[in-house]
Design a protein around this ligand. Structure first.
Ligand SMILES: *Cc1c(COP(=O)(O)O)cnc(C)c1O
Length: 385
């Protein structure tokens, strides 16, 4: 089976992890701060907080921004459930902004329209979780214009977008946001097995996220309420969690970062080959956002005839291609239906969902494999239409 996405682990990656295994620190050693520093360098953000997953980083981002019961958070329906769950975990309500048909990212015009309606109803969101769907930035310049004039915070869910750029700045620079979050799950651009990281330019937000990542505990005497009664003394200042990344994970991430440029080049080559090879088929290829250079985490094609999506999907699976669908609109999940959401809430997202198939896209995909995927897709379409 050719999967839709897969990690690429080198001998150097294995050696880097083994070195940590034989060292004094499996966790809370030197590798995590080094990985955070590497991400500051990569993104240009001044602060980075590594975590055990992007889900944890999104939760910390919401907590650091003070999101809680009574607040409202908006996000995209075309994303992994964690983009919405982070706000629910804080007790906030969630709503969804419809996407742009071509980029599958939040549509800036739909966002502005929804904000105007929310303003009239007297209930603006406290924050927007803006997703970089497939690795391509949303139109954050327009989106942040609408959000910032109304005091709305922006968290970028850049789980798909390690190494992507937008308007000549690296994604994660937080030029248009408060916090940006990355994922290092094995199917993403680079991996730490499980892992995530938040970047920000706010030392206060970074401090809050770092505190909450580790039980809300500080060992820094200058931040303590009471005089230490000995060198063992620490204080719990807030209610936190254990969301720490291990040094094993950070070592793997640091080693993978050495090949980030190679990974991205390969994904861009594969995207260009798909664009050439699939242009004659009755499908729509991903559209480009002005000023955005995608990391190409996913390659999603949309069938012009939605009625044959299931058949084409089944044909491709039978041909040994691990196609997938990203994503079922989040609000159609039973958990969100139980909160009152129904079909028709975001019509563009639902139309997208009816047509979408993710075809293989990962750095180790060979051209022979890719040609096979393109042939199989063409055959499946001819057979089912
Ligand atoms: C993968 C993913 C997450 C969650 O990442 P984990 O590291 O697995 O917790 C969140 N948001 C999006 C858009 C993702 O694709």
């Amino acid at each position: 089976m050719i999967p839709y996405g897969r990690q690429d682990i080198s001998e150097a990656d294995i050696a880097a992890v083994c070195e940590v295994l034989a060292s004094d620190f499996l966790t809370q050693g030197p590798c995590v701060p080094a990985f955070e520093a590497a991400f500051c360098k990569l993104t240009g953000a001044t602060q980075a907080v590594a975590t055990n997953s992007a889900t944890s980083a999104l939760h910390l981002a919401c907590l650091a921004l003070g999101i809680g019961p009574g607040d409202l958070v908006w996000t995209s329906p075309i994303t992994f459930v964690a983009s919405a769950n982070c706000a629910r975990l804080c007790g906030a309500e969630v709503d969804f902004v419809d996407v742009d048909a071509d980029s599958f990212n939040i549509c800036p015009e739909a966002f502005e329209r929804k904000l105007c309606a929310a303003e009239r109803a007297g209930r603006l969101p406290k924050a927007l979780v803006a997703v970089h769907m497939c690795g391509q930035s949303p139109d954050l310049e327009k989106i942040s214009e609408s959000a910032r004039s109304r005091g709305i915070n922006i968290i970028e869910d850049a789980s798909h977008a390690v190494g992507a750029s937008y308007l000549d700045a690296a994604v994660g620079s937080c030029r248009f946001s408060d916090i940006a979050v990355f994922s290092f799950h094995p199917v993403k651009i680079l991996t730490t097995a499980e892992g995530g990281l938040a970047t920000t330019n706010s030392p206060e937000l970074a401090q809050r996220m770092a505190d909450l990542r580790s039980h809300g505990i500080t060992r820094d005497p200058s931040r303590m309420r009471f005089e230490p009664d000995g060198p063992w003394y620490y204080e719990q200042l807030a209610l936190g969690l254990n969301y720490r990344m291990t040094d094993l994970q950070a070592a793997l991430g640091l080693s993978q970062l050495d090949r980030l440029a190679e990974f991205l080049n390969r994904r861009r080559e594969l995207a260009a080959r798909y664009e050439d090879g699939l242009s004659e088929l009755p499908i729509w290829l991903p559209g480009r956002v002005h000023g955005a250079d995608s990391a190409w985490h996913l390659y999603v094609v949309r069938l012009q005839d939605a009625s044959c999506r299931a058949a084409v999907f089944t044909e491709l699976r039978a041909a040994g291609i691990g196609v997938n669908v990203h994503y079922i609109p989040v609000y159609l999940q039973p958990y969100y239906r139980d909160l009152g959401f129904r079909e028709g809430h975001c019509p563009v997202a639902e139309d997208y969902y009816a047509r979408a198939i993710s075809i293989p896209m990962f750095a180790a995909l060979t051209e022979t494999e890719q040609d096979y995927v393109m042939d199989a897709l063409g055959q499946a379409l001819r057979k089912t239409i």
